[in-house]
Write a protein of this length. Structure first.
Length: 417
């Protein structure tokens, strides 16, 4: 495929994503998409449309053979986490940051947007000029390309969720900076929205799925405001339920259906349920990504309206976190993925799947997870820094960097596969 065609495909994919985000921005600016509507729409997306998306995309393609074949995904996640940790710690020490800001940068680097943007990017690529170079087999279609990409993303994001709820929970303790400030107006606004389910694009539930993104991922959020000492007395099921979310339940149900004799009942073309129940679920799932991106635009509107001059003390950690997350990480992970393409075929057939290669480049290179703002709110620390981080990451840096990233990924696939 010609270089110009790859550039066009990359621009198409990113612009499709950012166009929907821009619509959310405009709707909010014009007053059609206020906070109560955002709250309602985000909650509805979390408990219905997103689970439909995950169920239909996982159950339709998963099998015992494919589940075993997905073993490279946790390996890649572990490698990327180690690379992120080393890159963050090395860079922040070179920059001479104190322990508190080193942890802030580390959190921003470790926890990326592992769902909404990657899903939107692969969905856009599947219908772009580059769609044909993403086909793995003769029977591939844009729909199967998108389904595989979403499935890879889901599996990757599950491991990210586990790390967030363990290591991430204690990464920014409130005692790190005894002179932390009173939350800013922006933080109070978003914190109030988060508690009502609208502040985060896809956050973790507050009461019973009352909040709203990157899912065993952004859709499940980084921290729940309801986590407190009282959880020590709840039952094992309550602990499990507080960890879970509708998208995760949908993923589990999809695995049960896809790995058992139930699958033919739902996905055999001559089945009674396929044209009625199954296609209905698929149709509902198609609404999830546009809603995610529209809410992201609304979130950026809230952040942009409350921005004020960044203090010199904030500029260094924010700039460092953006540089490591969106510039250094792609440069470090691309060689790892290329090595897998060149030498991994003898261990896994995924080394020859263009969609898998694209996702393994995109997933560790996306901006910081939007829901990371919750950890700063819960611990009342680094609130303004995180707001500036998210605004610059998504509002300024995301489009050019992600365009170059997608172009590089397409170029690798086109040349090596």
């Amino acid at each position: 495929m010609a270089t110009v065609d790859l550039i066009i495909a990359a621009v198409q994919a990113i612009l499709q994503v950012m166009t929907v985000v821009f619509f959310g921005f405009i709707l909010t600016k014009r007053g059609y998409f206020d906070m109560p509507k955002q709250k309602w729409l985000s909650r509805l997306n979390l408990v219905f449309f997103t689970p439909c998306l995950l169920f239909s995309n996982v159950a339709s393609i998963i099998s015992v053979e494919k589940l075993i074949a997905f073993w490279p995904i946790p390996v890649f996640y572990a490698v990327f986490i180690v690379i992120s940790y080393i890159a963050s710690q090395t860079t922040t020490r070179i920059m001479g940051m104190d322990a508190g800001y080193r942890r802030f940068v580390l959190a921003c680097v470790l926890f990326s947007n592992t769902n909404s943007l990657p899903i939107a990017i692969i969905s856009s690529l599947a219908v772009s000029e580059a769609a044909h170079i993403l086909f793995w087999t003769e029977g591939d279609t844009p729909e199967t390309v998108a389904a595989r990409g979403i499935s890879y993303t889901l599996f990757f994001a599950i491991f990210g969720n586990l790390v967030r709820w363990s290591y991430g929970y204690n990464l920014l303790p409130r005692i790190l900076r005894p002179n932390h400030r009173t939350p800013s107006t922006a933080t109070l606004a978003i914190q109030n929205e988060d508690r009502n389910g609208a502040g985060s694009v896809l956050g973790k539930k507050n009461s019973k799925y009352d909040a709203n993104d990157d899912n065993s991922n952004e859709r499940t959020g980084l921290l729940s405001n309801s986590i407190n000492i009282q959880q020590q007395n709840v039952s094992g099921f309550d602990r499990f339920d507080s960890f879970m979310s509708p998208p995760l339940y949908a993923a589990m149900l999809a695995l049960i259906v896809g790995l058992t004799p139930l699958k033919p009942l739902l996905y055999a073309k001559d089945s009674f349920l396929y044209p009625s129940f199954t296609k209905a679920i698929e149709t509902c799932g198609k609404a999830a990504v546009p809603l995610i991106l529209t809410c992201l635009g609304a979130q950026l509107t809230c952040i942009s309206e409350t921005q004020h001059e960044t203090s010199p003390a904030m500029k260094k950690p924010v700039a460092t976190a953006i540089g490591v997350r969106m510039v250094l990480m792609p440069l470090l992970v691309i060689p790892v993925v290329v090595l897998f393409v060149l030498y991994g075929a003898q261990w896994s057939s995924l080394a020859k799947d263009p969609v898998f290669i694209i996702m393994m480049i995109v997933l560790p290179s996306t901006p910081t997870a939007i829901n990371l703002v919750q950890i700063t709110q819960v611990n009342n620390i680094f609130e303004e820094e995180m707001l500036h981080m998210l605004f610059w990451s998504y509002g300024v840096v995301c489009v050019p960097v992600c365009t170059v990233l997608v172009f590089a990924a397409l170029n690798i696939v086109d040349r090596l596969l």
